[in-house]
Design a protein around this ligand. Structure first.
Ligand code: GLA
Length: 388
């Protein structure tokens, strides 16, 4: 256990000891915190084949609120203020567990063991070939048939003076979905009073394996049911991206964004260049590409921002990861009926998935995603919400 996780255990322990004397209603535990304005509560969310799921609601002093279930580590709602202090839910998702169980295009899910695609469901480690499920013909997408977004996680509430949220843990057993090694995973979703949601991922293994964890929130900063995201202005600090073939597997090339619709180094409306004749836009059905971030260190750095001018909401992305999958909601087609009974139409949500590059296990020139026994996979991403 790392020093950091011991600290969190200690904090969680103190927290729970403190909570036990608190008042409990039938189905919920609410712990108001007048001093910090950070609060968390828990309710039953329904039953999965692995057992009962919970829904956690945590909030800060600015009225920002996150809902997260330990089924799939799914963020189902993020309430964020606009420039006038009006609150709206800025992520796509469902009202009920049943809808998530019935099928979701990864709305808000915690993605693993491997985010994005692995070509033809195969990779080798030390000459041994592993086969993983092909769930996105002809490739594997987001872990396989039952990735981490479809598993029940152990959950513990965390509340400190500065942050509130949930720590999720699970063991992905050796050969689960075909990946080698028992992988112990911890993911912490925490909110602070600076309107930052941090996502911290940790993992260890007992056999050499591959790991690439991320979160798959679909954002619409005008509000989850307010139409297209094409007017959102996106900036990504990336001088290059990884072009793909027609099955969305990277070709291996690192291509400059200069003079292409993939140049988001200056803030540009998402939809401004979608109609440009471009093979990569054709293959992606729009934007569905990994951007190679211009980093100066391996520390948490600001790598992207999105601004929605009618609400004034600005979302900034900070990460330690080398890549960012910008997906423009090209597969949304109105067939997912979301919160409040609203269908999610074409390009009404976008994802900015921080990650190592897609198909890295088969691409010798991409940063390695191998995790070995004795190493700790540790990475952090922050989504910060402000207005202007
Ligand atoms: C990722 C992929 C997309 C799509 C979505 C989920 O962003 O890159 O191609 O599969 O997930 O629908």
């Amino acid at each position: 256990m790392t020093r950091l996780s011991s600290l969190f255990c200690l904090i969680s322990l103190c927290f729970f000891t403190a909570c036990e004397s608190g008042s409990k209603s039938d189905n919920s535990k609410v712990k108001p915190s007048p001093k910090t304005g950070l609060n968390i509560s828990e309710v039953n969310f329904g039953t999965t084949s692995d057992g009962p799921a919970k829904l956690y609601t945590f909030s800060n002093k600015n009225g920002m609120q996150v809902k997260l279930t330990n089924y799939g580590g799914i963020i189902s709602s993020i309430l964020a203020p606009d420039r006038d202090g009006q609150i709206a839910d800025v992520v796509l998702g469902y009202d009920s567990l049943a809808s998530y169980l019935a099928g979701s295009p990864y709305f808000g899910g915690t993605i693993g063991r491997y985010g994005n695609r692995i070509a033809k469901g195969k990779f080798k480690i030390d000459g041994i070939e592993y086969s993983i499920p092909i769930n996105n013909e002809p490739n594997t997408l987001h872990g396989g048939n039952r990735g981490f977004d479809k598993r029940l996680w152990e959950a513990e509430m965390i509340k400190t003076e500065t942050q509130v949220g949930v720590e999720l843990t699970r063991t992905s057993a050796d050969m689960e979905e075909g990946y080698p090694g028992n992988l112990q995973v911890t993911v912490r979703y925490l909110l602070n009073n600076a309107n930052e949601i941090s996502m911290e991922y940790l993992a260890t293994t007992d056999k050499k394996t591959v790991v690439n964890l991320t979160n798959h929130c679909y954002f619409n900063l005008a509000g989850a049911d307010s139409g297209t995201i094409n007017n959102h202005e996106l900036q990504i600090k990336a001088s290059s991206f990884t072009p793909v073939d027609e099955t969305l597997i990277p070709t291996g090339e690192i291509r400059s964004v200069e003079g292409t619709p993939f140049d988001f180094r200056q803030a540009t409306a998402i939809g401004a260049r979608l109609e440009v004749e471009n093979e990569q836009l054709k293959f992606g059905g729009g934007y569905d590409h990994n951007f190679v971030l211009d980093r100066t260190s391996e520390k948490l750095e600001l790598v992207a921002s999105v601004y929605e001018s009618t609400s004034g909401r600005l979302m900034e992305v900070l990460t330690q990861e080398p890549g960012l999958q910008f997906y423009g909601g090209n597969f949304l087609d109105g067939s997912n009926i979301g919160k409040g009974g609203k269908p999610y139409e074409f390009r009404t949500g976008f994802c900015l998935e921080t990650q190592h590059f897609p198909d890295a296990p088969n691409q010798a020139d991409f940063a390695s995603t191998i995790l070995e026994p004795g190493q700790t996979y540790q990475t952090k991403t922050v989504y910060r919400f402000t207005t202007k």
